[in-house]
Design a protein around this ligand. Structure first.
Ligand SMILES: [Zn+2]
Length: 296
């Protein structure tokens, strides 16, 4: 398993998205390739090799404006959150991740305001946030646990995640709502995002702690993992796979949030392709014409 793949794993939920055909104009690569002899390294395609197929699907459409963030600290048969741990996660991970997204959005001319709502058993605010069973922590062994958000929704009084989302959106004036479920054990975080098909899937992230990060002596998910997974909700794609794409991305956008695994989020960026996949720009980036960029 490659080092980055250990942390990030996108879940394919639906069948292949039917790609819409459209007229295209091959962009001028002059400015990009002038700096060096990159023509030698990339194979330029006369047609687009990727179509931001996850953009605009599911419940998360626009990564802009006022957005509600719901954080569900789920205990399960193997783990539970303490007040100290939930505070550390909110302060050192979620807040840092949201600030990163807000700052990078501003660089692209996009204004974002997050309002965070938090539910946990530990905070003793009347909710028992408990997953009935065991949430799988290693996707490579057990696969993803598919009903974490369903159970979180039931814990706060809804019949299902869909019902919860419908109610939240009805009451918040139609704003975007992001759902982060957090599990207090070391594992591989992932996002259940809609990648094709019809209907509307209630998208959400399942975040595990990471042994690599000991902030305030507790284990929490790294902020760049949280930011990476939130970008997936809105259509962003992994740049670290397949290997040809990773090699190209390492040259074109080496600091992109969807490529790198780093402990310092301050060094990360949101480059043209990722900005395009989440709708921060409508300009088709030149990556879409590089053969090596083709997604698996
Ligand atoms: Zn990913």
């Amino acid at each position: 398993m490659k080092r980055k793949a250990i942390f990030f794993f996108a879940v394919i939920l639906a069948a292949v998205l039917p790609l819409s055909s459209c007229e295209y104009v091959l962009p001028d690569f002059g400015s990009f390739f002038r700096a060096d002899s990159s023509e030698e390294r990339f194979t330029i395609s006369s047609e687009r090799v990727c179509e931001r197929g996850s953009y605009g699907l599911g419940t998360n459409i626009k990564l802009s404006g006022d957005i509600d963030v719901y954080v569900f600290f789920m205990d399960d048969d193997e783990s539970s959150w303490s007040v100290y741990e939930t505070n550390a996660f909110m302060k050192d991970s979620v807040s840092v991740a949201l600030e990163f997204i807000k700052d990078k959005g501003a660089e692209w001319g996009i204004s974002i305001n997050f309002t965070v709502h938090e539910y946990s058993t530990a905070q003793d605010d009347g909710f028992e946030m408990r997953y009935d069973g065991k949430v799988n922590k290693d996707l490579r062994v057990d696969g993803s646990t598919k009903d974490v958000l369903e159970q979180a929704a039931r814990c706060i009084g809804y019949a299902s995640a869909d019902e919860m989302h419908e109610n939240i959106v009805k009451n918040n004036g139609g704003r975007e709502a992001i759902y982060l479920t957090a599990i207090e054990k070391d594992g591989i975080s992932y996002t259940r995002n809609q990648t094709g098909g019809n209907g509307r899937y209630t998208e959400h992230c399942v975040l595990f702690t990471e042994k690599l990060l000991f902030l305030n002596s507790v284990m929490i998910p790294k902020p760049d993992t949280v930011a990476h997974e939130i970008f997936h909700l809105f259509g962003a794609e992994d740049l670290y796979k397949p290997s040809a794409r990773e090699r190209a991305a390492s040259e074109i956008c080496p600091n992109d949030i969807m490529l790198l695994d780093t402990r310092n989020i301050k060094k990360l960026d949101v480059c043209e392709y990722t900005a395009y996949t989440v709708g921060w720009t409508e300009e088709v980036p030149m990556e879409c014409y590089i053969e090596e960029w083709r997604h698996d």
